[in-house]
Design a protein around this ligand. Structure first.
Ligand code: 3HC
Length: 300
């Protein structure tokens, strides 16, 4: 059955090479999924060789883990390692059909990245964004070919979460949209077409939940109690989830929603302090709350 809003699949273009802008954790998880499910070359790019190498090394290490678990055989493991490569130059996207960005969540950065990609990619190559909240129409507006831009939003952990949100801008054409749906299907994901509005659908739903738990803690409930309280509702306690997606992304989502719908969404000033202090999460590797993070919290 065709997903609601998806164009006829006969319009989809063939995808034989993937380009990923960014080699951070989200980008590297995406690289592994694209390689494993589509079996096509994937190239990760980032600003410097160190970041690129780190991203590729993550993918290789994850492939080794899959091989150790017997999920992929040794030949497949070697194949996957061979098709995921890295580069510091977007020129590596010249023969890609589908380029997706997973860089810093800021409109000007994403616009610059897409403009740079347009200099090198082929006329038919899709430009997808993994943004969790930004306006796709605005992101595409200044490009020569805004019709090839589409939102393609994964969830963390990318290998496990079953959904991809597909977002159509005012410019996106049917071939781009059909290719996005076909690619998502090839990745084994359920794809839904969502409106181009702040934080789309999933993060808007999650934002109510995360805003409320932020308020509960800001009012004086200990984090351990708030996290424990959610055990029966959600698979992951909210302050563990913030560590998984990254405090900066969680805050960006809360602030975007608060700006768009101030009466319904809360954005915690204490979470803003955690981000300002560049903390990567609430819990340390030992599974205990990090006291240096708790020290940042103001008493209610
Ligand atoms: N990467 C890859 N695979 C992972 C993983 C990771 N980081 N974490 C867990 N997995 C895999 C495990 O290998 C295991 O696979 P297997 O059964 O095939 O061996 C499977 O997931 C289950 O893992 P566990 O048994 O260790 O642990 P859990 O049952 O607790 O599941 C979880 C872990 C799937 C992460 C679960 O806690 C969960 O669903 N959490 C909620 C995550 C969530 O809400 N994500 C959305 C975040 S919002 C977002 O990403 C949007 C963005 O824009 C901010």
């Amino acid at each position: 059955k065709r997903p609601a809003g998806a164009p006829d699949k006969s319009l989809a273009r063939k995808v034989t090479k993937i380009g990923i802008v960014g080699a951070g954790l989200m980008a590297s998880q995406m690289a592994l999924l694209f390689a494993r499910r589509l079996g096509v070359p994937v190239v990760l790019t980032d600003l410097d060789q160190e970041r690129v190498d780190k991203g590729v090394a993550y993918v290789h290490a994850e492939v080794d883990k899959l091989a150790d678990k017997g999920r992929v055989n040794p030949d497949k493991a070697n194949f996957l390692k061979g098709i995921v490569t890295g580069s510091t130059s977007k020129a590596a996207f010249a023969d890609a059909d589908f380029v997706i960005e997973a860089v810093f969540e800021e409109m000007s950065v994403k616009k610059t990245v897409f403009a740079q990609c347009e200099e090198v990619i082929s006329p038919e190559c899709i430009l997808a964004t993994n943004t969790s909240s930004l306006d796709i129409t605005q992101m595409a507006a200044d490009l020569k070919h805004p019709e090839r831009v589409v939102g393609f939003h994964f969830f963390n952990p990318v290998a496990v979460m079953p959904l991809v949100e597909i977002i159509k801008s005012e410019h996106t054409d049917d071939a781009t949209l059909a290719t996005a749906f076909a690619t998502g299907k090839g990745l084994g994901k359920t794809c839904i077409l969502v409106k181009n509005s702040p934080s789309f659908v999933v993060n808007r739903l999650l934002g109510r939940f995360m805003g409320e738990v932020g308020k509960i803690v800001d009012e004086g409930t200990p984090i351990e109690v708030a996290d424990a309280a959610f055990a029966g509702i959600a698979p992951m306690p909210p302050f563990v989830l913030i560590g998984l997606v990254g405090p900066a992304i969680a805050l960006h989502n809360n602030e975007t929603l608060h700006a768009a719908f101030p009466e319904r969404f809360y954005s915690s000033p204490n979470l803003a302090k955690v981000v300002e202090a560049k903390k990567t999460g609430f819990y340390g590797p030992d599974g205990k709350l990090d006291p240096s993070v708790l020290d940042l919290f103001e008493a209610p």
